[in-house]
Write a protein that binds this ligand. Sequence first.
Ligand code: SF4
Ligand code: SF4
Length: 392
Amino acid sequence: MKKAKVSIVKVEDYNSEEIYTALKRNLSLLGGLENIIKPRSKVFVKINHLSPPSSPDDVIVTHPYFTKEVLRLLLELNLEITVGDDVQSKEKDGFLLSGYRKVCNDLGVRLINLKQRGFREVICNGQILKKVLISPLLHEADYILNLPKLKTHSLTMFTGAVKNMFGIIPHGLRLDYHRLYKQSDVFSQMLVDIFSYARPHLTIMDAIVAMEGEGPSGGSPKRVGLILASQDSVAVDAVASKIVDFNPMNIFTTQNAHERGLGTGEIDKIDILGEDISAVEVRNFKHSAVAIGFIKRKIPWFLHGFIQGQLTLTPKITINKCTLCMECVDICPKGAAKLDGDLVWIDRSLCIHCMCCHEVCRFQAIKLRQRPLGRISREVNEFFRKAKYLFS
Ligand code: SF4
Ligand code: SF4
């Protein structure tokens, strides 16, 4: 079997020419874009847009300036391009605030909110999902190009290439899956089921400014200054997660996809091209509070329920930050986020800890609380992370 290759190239910021040059180098290290995607074919470009819409400065979305330079390269091959994601928005056009509408209009590229084209049921024969609804745009394309953003995630620890494909299914189904598959390992298995159905031909990751802390939308910007590219999405996640100080095989999506043969998750089995990974590692990258979820695998099964309860995160609203935008109330699959007079609050007896409310709140008004043992375990974990560098 051919060894997976991942290229890493440094970029200072979202400067167009710098990104364009870096992308050229990323792709030439992989053998050239024209040897991955045939000229004049149809390409579906999956961005990470997330709902509700947000400004690129919030680092929630794949930066539109990054995507613009990728599109410029694709246009040089005369490709028929469709850019898309499934976006829920109160505004008629969910792509205005992020700047995607302008970028795609300027380049004359089609940009589609997936829900406008409907979804088609397909057999996926996964470990959890046997059938799933996906966007027909994936079937209409010859190639899938995946443009994830490097972020932490309060449920899955890390979000990158594999999780980005969750956006090809309808919003309502995503909420149902959050409700049905609450535990991070099971949820991750479901994500890999979807990924296994729609494996991208090429992944280029925006890791120029990433999100640390409580991603995918409540964290903070963190400059990583890199673009990663590979034909193996799992390998991109493995390398990116290693750069931000995770053990890649502790990320459930990476581990599960690796074990199913959908890509390479083990770092020593990946050919890393361009920058030396040890020279670009970000040692003080803040992980999400759930980043110790993997310890479940190291303890006896009969303690799993207890440990899960300790690790579980419960949302709490910071009243003085809440703008009453109602996004959390609208998205909550259990009706646990409620409006009462002029206050939004969480009914803990109904909450299933799916994190959907945290994911949609753009005002950082939802904090995540953890029980004492979970907090202590996290602090111990952080202590050992720092100690590792002190003594290395
Ligand atoms: S908590 Fe956040 S999402 Fe919910 S209403 Fe307040 S600002 Fe909006
Ligand atoms: S309150 Fe938030 S975490 Fe709880 S069920 Fe509703 S959306 Fe999920």
